[in-house]
Ligand binder design. Sequence first.
Ligand code: TRP
Ligand code: SF4
Length: 622
Amino acid sequence: MAQKLDPWKSSEISDYSKLFDEFGIQPFAEVLDDIPDPHKYMRRGIIFGHRGYDMIADAIRNKKPFVVLDGFMPTGKAHFGHKMVMDQIVWYQKQGGIAVIGMADREAHAVRDLSWDECKKIGVEEYITSLIALGLQPENTRIYFQSESPLVKDLAFELGTKVNFSEMAAIYGFSGETHLAHMIAVLTQGADILHSQLPTYGGPIPVVVPVGADQDPHIRLTRDIATKMDMFTIDQRIDQKTNKPYWSVRGKNAPEKALREINAAIYEKFAVQLPPNNSNKLASNNNSNVLGNTLTGAALGGVAGAIFGGLFSDSVDTELFDRSLNIRGKIPENDLFGIINHIESVYRDKIQPVNDQELGCQDGEMSLFFINRPVGPNGKQYWCITIREDVPQEALVAIENEIKSRFRSLADNILLGAAAGGLVGGAGGALLGLATPSTTSTKPSAISAPSLTKLSKEHIDIFVDINRIELETIVRRVEYNNGGYAFILPASTYHRFMSGLTGGKMSSSIPDSNIALSEEPKSAAKKIMKAKTGGRESADEQRELGGEFDKCSVYELYLFHLVDDDAELIQIQNECKGGKILCGECKKKAAGKMESFLTDLQQKREEAFEKLPLYGIDYKRG
Ligand code: TRP
Ligand code: SF4
């Protein structure tokens, strides 16, 4: 039977592994090795799944900026389930992340009917103070209440333009009876997750949302909406002919300028990284088969003429003038534009912009180069690139060099050391053409380097070996610079829930099933002494068979909260399995640990009230 994840009905999840197939959550084990010093929840498999975590692991490893975002619905007491999320936020902050915490008072008000004042009180006194007590630092932290953030509320409205009622109903089972505020609360959660990527906070940045599996519907919906808001989608495809993977970046109605900028960025990254003598090597190889066989030292002076005469029409040659550069031969348009866009973006920063209109440029788009396609004397079209008057000639030289490094010029290779005067020797070309007709069959089309990209009207295909993270970073940056929303799809992790101390699930309606972070330490200890264990019928039986720690709620307390050291945890397992410790003693040990943990935490929670202003929270204890 298909399971349903319901964020508001603490559904019990019977089989976490099913979530992989049913909802497309990825196993966390896949990315565990990419994290330098994983949290105990990760090491212990408590965090079992993720979406899109590669970008987060990359950010942690390479000390790039990222955000950890979570929301807390301020209803009732903060308990050990909330502590799991809080622990992770604190951990991510230690890994260099910016912690952003939303108090989901809109959700509490809409779904649980709490007044705004109650939300505020509970939000601060239960949740924010606990976060601080658990180690959240004031630096790189932003805490806000949903109802007090115009940015979040406006974004929520905007997200509402991309999702309709049927979609919401399909995900959450909403019906005609569902209050509109409930739906707005869902959009607000999406805005919690996405708003850190708005211009106010500097644009696209990876965001991770650590949650329990019940929150996955929100994550799915938010990733869906983000995809719809973005200018471009990024997919990996397989080339039918070569069977090789390539990236396809598509955007309906995206400005062509943005596509060209992506193209330029790819060329910036990859074209100039070709080893300097790569093209020479390519050329000398070809020399021996194309030229070695046919030319054998013949009429070298005329070779270039042959090129311009059209014999080697696939080779590429350049001619540099003061304000313009001519390019002859078959250069894929795409490569040419990639190179030009790239050099253009370099020079755009270097020169003082002059009035665009005067120069006849289109509004807002400052073209430094003008590209024409005139017809040469031989009847063939060539490229002519002219620079604007305020651009130095070196920009043209840079384009020429870039083209030379990527496309073999026959003139360069053959004429090495030969008379430059031959460059205009058209007659020699004709001669050569007659003398060695076989050359045409080995036309040096293989000479040009393969294209890095293919640019079309609404998409660009990318053939270079670039990983998704780099590509997404480039694409979203370009989108952002072109005024798009440019959300990097938010990542998420999913953790298991502890079972209740009384067996079954934890529930606030069964006080003995759970412990609040603000609970009296003695009362918490008592609950542990009454907890359901994996012990046997009698002490003798347990000594003989050992306990079943994997069915024991006390063991879960160790596993999730009370023991940080993995070796100590394994020792507890062994003592339990081997019947060396009985449940009474074991529970006493857990209760002791719990008591000292809570005593310490509560002291820190008290102190946290004093520190609230450091976290931007203006609150008077009533
Ligand atoms: N819906 C979450 C809960 O019930 C609270 C929440 C609000 C949240 N906004 C969020 C969780 C953003 C994660 C991310 O606890
Ligand atoms: Fe649980 Fe400890 Fe008893 Fe084992 S000995 S079943 S871990 S309480």
